[in-house]
Design a protein around this ligand. Sequence first.
Ligand code: ZN
Length: 241
Amino acid sequence: MSNTPRVTVWNEYRHEKTHEEVANVYPNGIHNAIAEYLKQQGLSVQTATLDEPEHGLTEEVLDNTDVLTWWGHMAHGDVSDAIVQRVKDRVLDGKLGLVVLHSGHFSKIFKSLMGTTCNLKWHEIAEKERIWVVEKSHPIAEGLPDYFELEHEEMYGEHFGIPAPDELVFLGWFQSGYVFRSGCCFHRGNGRIFYFQPGHETYPNFYNENVRKVIYNAIKWAAPKFQAPPLYGHFPGSLEA
Ligand code: ZN
């Protein structure tokens, strides 16, 4: 734990290998587009992908990770339950922050931590999105304007089947009229989770300066803070406290 979080950028990394349209936008994969920026910001960054052994999330990798970012879409079902549990245990223990991106809303790890469907409505018609900052004093909104726009993004619309977020930082408005809780903070156990909606694989929004700033801010927010180890269970009491 330090002021400079150690980040692992996890990506499913299947679309980029099978869809030319996606490979054209992210020739080195979504993970490297994100990791490259975070490295420029001085963070210690490694990447991991689904098809690596243990999905790249070995005990050793996670022991050296303060914050994990998660992008997945077409292969949520291929993520092993044991690895999901390994990540979840660390989040609940307050040892690992989690930043879930875009279609990661349907990942096993996010659904498991939320305990709800995490379902939503969607369409993809190359529309504009305007992302409003609705909690201006929140650290994840630091350095952002009142709102910023993405030229094209996939529409994710309410209702979003999540528990009420502990803090709502961003509200997305789409050209087709839908709105979405686009930036949501959750506390689970001793850990922190942030969900951020932009990042459809055919649009270059992981190169967008404001999207990148949000991810960076979210990593700082989600990073484990110093916590005295919790004391659970029975222990002898004294009337002379
Ligand atoms: Zn998408």
